[in-house]
Design a protein around this ligand. Structure first.
Ligand SMILES: Nc1ncnc2c1ncn2[C@@H]1O[C@H](COP(=O)(O)OP(=O)(O)OP(=O)(O)O)[C@@H](O)[C@H]1O
Length: 355
């Protein structure tokens, strides 16, 4: 059974504006962690607010746990939807202790049950010993876990997290990605996480929804979003890519481009000789020694990124324009000089046809 179902959602804030969200259809299963990923202003937060009931769609239907919470005849208010929110700035009450913050949504619970539940969720987020402290006595990561504990305490149907990692520094951010996923999985909660950071989305979710300008571009497992992006926007938004134009070859398994014939992971459904666009991930270009590779080029620029070297490879001897460069990753330990000739092969699994 689907747990959250959004059907044909459209949201227009001001009559003359473009819709903030349009034709949005998404079904989420119980216990699933789904990220909504997209650039600033693409409508991510609006989706969360529509699910929580802080906004109403202009058109569309919202179901949570098999019940309609919004359609043209129904509006279930936020407090009756069973939705927990974790806000970007955590929104903890500074004058309340951690345990009182966590107990905040439990005022209808019996006293003994309330105490038990607060202890249980504080243990879940590994903060039981901080129960009597105040928010300003905790680190950023700890405050975030309190915010999550508070959202989880009333046993909501779903937890919505708005940019949960944006206030954390890089190393804490990486740690919290794992901790939050572990906590959500342990709590067996359905969760939707809004982020504009592809690493956040890939690290925490079962499925990623990529949005642009209010419209869903692709919904898939993080690996498939990376290796089989459906269009140029997704290909570029979720990582570095080389985009090349070409024509479909007679066997439907290759595309002829200016650098030569490139193999696809699978046969395409496009017609022979159709003009198409392909995305090649930089790490899909494998450097080979002794000129054995099928493709050749000259290194125009080398950038050290720490984990690898980025090679900007010139594919023709003609004028040195950027669009004639192919980005290729090489191991850091390999010594590569600017101007040297290299040869490489392209792994079909990291080549995708894009719109
Ligand atoms: N209350 C509002 N009134 C009018 N326009 C709004 C309102 N809320 C959002 N919008 C507009 O709707 C669009 C989507 O906004 P939204 O906040 O959902 O984007 P977002 O993807 O969450 O962006 P960010 O990552 O910057 O938070 C934007 O163009 C925004 O200006």
């Amino acid at each position: 059974m689907s747990f959250i179902k959004l059907t044909n959602i459209k949201k227009v804030f001001n009559r003359l504006d473009k819709p903030a969200v349009d034709n949005f259809n998404l079904t989420i299963q119980q216990g699933e962690i789904v990220s909504i990923l997209g650039p600033s202003g693409c409508g991510k937060t609006t989706i969360l607010r529509l699910i929580a009931g802080f906004e109403q769609p202009t058109v569309g239907t919202i179901e949570i746990d098999g019940k309609t919470v919004y359609d043209e005849k129904t509006f279930v208010p936020p407090e009756k939807r069973g939705v927990g929110m974790v806000f970007q700035d955590y929104a903890l009450f500074p004058h309340l202790t951690i345990e009182k913050n966590v107990a905040f949504g439990l005022n209808k619970w019996r006293r003994g049950d309330k105490r038990r539940r607060v202890r249980e969720v504080l243990e879940l987020v590994d903060l039981a010993e901080y129960a009597k402290r105040y928010p300003n006595e905790l680190s950023g990561g700890q405050q975030q876990r309190v915010a999550l504990a508070r959202a989880l305490a009333p046993q909501p149907n779903v937890v919505l997290l708005d940019e949960p990692f944006s206030n954390l520094d890089a190393s804490l951010r990486e740690k919290m990605r794992h901790e939050i996923t572990d906590i959500l999985k342990k709590a067996e909660t359905t969760a939707i996480i809004v982020t504009h950071d592809q690493k956040d989305a890939f690290a925490v979710s079962d499925r990623v929804v990529v949005m642009n300008e209010g419209v869903i571009q692709q919904v898939a497992h993080p690996r498939d979003i990376y290796t089989c992006p459906t269009n140029c926007f997704v290909a570029q938004f979720v990582g570095r890519t080389n985009l090349l134009q070409g024509r479909v070859a007679e066997d439907l398994k290759h595309v002829d481009t200016k650098i030569g014939r490139i193999c696809l992971a699978e046969k395409t459904k496009e017609a022979i000789d159709e003009e198409v666009m392909i995305s090649i991930r930089p790490e899909g270009c494998r450097l080979l020694e002794n000129g054995e590779g099928r493709y050749k080029g000259r290194v125009a620029r080398v950038v050290y990124s720490g984990e690898y070297q980025e090679l900007f490879v010139r594919l023709s001897e003609e004028e040195d324009t950027t669009d004639q460069h192919l980005l290729i990753y090489a191991p850091v330990e390999k010594h590569i000089e600017i101007g040297s000739s290299i040869s490489f092969d392209i792994t079909p699994e990291l080549v995708a046809l894009v719109d």
